[in-house]
Every structure is written in structure tokens, then in C-alpha cells.
Design a protein around this ligand. Sequence first.
Ligand code: 3PG
Length: 373
Amino acid sequence: MKKVLLRVDFNVPLKNGKIADDFRVRASLPTIVYWLKKGAQVFLIAHLEENGNAPHLNEARSLLEGLLGLRVGFVQGKLPPKPLEFAERVVLFDNIRLNPGEKACDLSFAKTLAAWGDYYVNDAFSASHRKHASIVLLPELLPHEAGFLFEKETENLSKFFKPDHPFLFILGGKKFETKEPLISRFLTSADAIFVGGALGNTFLSNKGYRVGSSPVEDVQISRYVLTNRRVLLPEDAVLLRGKKKKIVSLIPTSNIEHGDLIYDAGPQTIKTLADLAKKAKFVLWNGTLGVCEKGFTYGTKALAEELGKSKAFKVVGGGDTVAAIRKFKLEKNFDFISTGGGAMLEFLAKGTLPGIAALSGEPRLWREALKKK
Ligand code: 3PG
């Protein structure tokens, strides 16, 4: 029986140690089932990280057993030095990040892992921006291919490299440094780039608008970007003034008081985005418009609802954004929901990922080992 090492991404949100959203696990099922139907024994490699800790994957194992209706073998703890035999057709390695060699991209660790299988499949697009052993070294050690989810991700996201117009790009959330390369890349191909969320506050403040006491990142945004007519910023906001929620127009700036906290986009901003979305042929969205975890969900939900009325090809991604859309049960409003967070951003900015480059290469070390036999 062929043994397939299948890299999946089970980096799911946890609540009190329980899996709070099984989206990524479900998204891996088609590739797992495909290899089972082909008669393979499937060894799943996955990671999970929460606040710098690497929890065990027992929960993911139980979830998987329920979803597949099969018993799933489990390699508890660190990877043993030699492969073990399992009767189960699906076997899950415990959190691969329990092994320091994974993040260190250590070749001898990768060789120990590769010894478990004859073939490698990467279906963890959303972890493929990491130069980790199970992502970039296994393809050198084993013949390989990409899984279905991986292919769907690259196929759908690549469409934005040659978008139909008008193309509306919506960016929210935080972390300027991860989103700035996207703004540079899409400034010429997008017809409008809306910047909202915490990122929007950083832009507003750089432009000289008042944002009260809202947190902003200490970055210098170029004048070229700030004054570009394609870059749109929120027109109004839901803010917290003392303990009161208020909807306030951002112009005139005197509307904003010291101590105000801008936590969400307001209705006029959503209306502008809805009008643009109605005319758009392509819409790409990453990052929430408000602080959803503090209950400021209005902008994110209203935008997801408005996008449902647009006939554009619509793709959304980013961990918090997708979690919010799933909570609102508005998945149907999108043509594709990316499992990627950082990987989606990096792929869009660079057109490739370390995991993609690794899959495109030959299994060089595997061939060398064969020659020696
Ligand atoms: C993700 O959640 O974006 C991927 O699983 C990568 O996780 P990481 O940021 O812990 O490497």
C-alpha cells in the first residue's frame, strides 16, 4: 500500500482548548478522501499554534474521525526516530511544531519524516509561506504534488493578477507591513483600493485626519499612496466615546474628540463600498472593517451582506475576516473563501510562496538517495 505524507493546515482557532471553527479541517477532506480512494495509507502532517504554544492534536484527531467516519491512528508527541506500523488507513502525526526541526527547517528531521512515506502531497497552501521542513524540504526528499485545496487557492487567487475591471480591492485588519506590498502591487491594476479597519486609522492619521485615541501604527506612508485617487479611506466611523457608541462623519475633523476610539466603519462608508461593488467585476477582500472581537461587527457584516448583491467574482480571505463571515453565515455571498491568512497576502504580493517554489522543484535529494542504493 502506497504511503502518502499529506501536509494539511489544522491551525484552527481554539476556545478553552476546543476547536472553535473546523473550516480548515473540512477544507482538507477532498484530498484526504481522494488518496484513500486511490488505496493509499494517508499520514497527515499538521501544525497548530496558539500564543506561541504548540498544543497536542487530539482534538483534531477526534474531529477528523467524526468527519471521515473512520478510526484515525495517532503518533502522539514528538516524531519517533523510526517509522511505526499502523492498521488505520489515516494516521495523524501530533503537532509537527512539537519538533524543533520543523521550524528550524532541519534536513535530518525532514529525512526522519520522509522515511514514513513514499510520496508527498502539500495541501497546506495557508502554511506555505513558511520555510519549514514539512513545507520546503519534504518536496526535495520525495516525489510530490499539490493537493486539491492548494490548487483551488492558487487558481482563484491568481485570477487577481489579471482582473476584470472594475476591480475593487478591500483591505482591513491591521499590520501595515504585511499589507503595504499589496497596495504597491495592486495600485496600478485595481480601480479602487479601500483601506479600512485599524489599517484605515493609520492611513487617516498619516493623512492628517484626527483619529482621537485610536491606536495607529508608527509608519510613514508615502505621499504617492496617500494622495492616489484610487486609494479610498473610510468616510465615517462607529466610535466609542467614553462608554457610548456613536456614528460620526470623519469630515470635518473637528467631529473627532480626543479620547475617541474608532472601532468600525460607518454606514456612509458601507454605502460607498456597496455602490463600487455593484459596478465591480472583481472584488478581493482581506481584513475586517471593525474590531469584531469587541462586538464592533456592523461594518464587516454589512459589507459581506452588500457583496452578496454584487455579480462580481468575489474572493475573501484572512483568519478573522473568514471567521466573522462564517459566524454571520454569509459564506454563500462569495465565490471563493481562502483558507490563507499570511499566505494569501504573500501570494498576492509576490505571485509565489516558498511552498510553491519547493513543489515546482525536482525531488533532488530523493534521486540522489536512489542512486546510492
Ligand atoms: C496560518 O494560520 O496563517 C498558517 O497556519 C500559518 O500559521 P503560522 O502563522 O503559525 O505559521
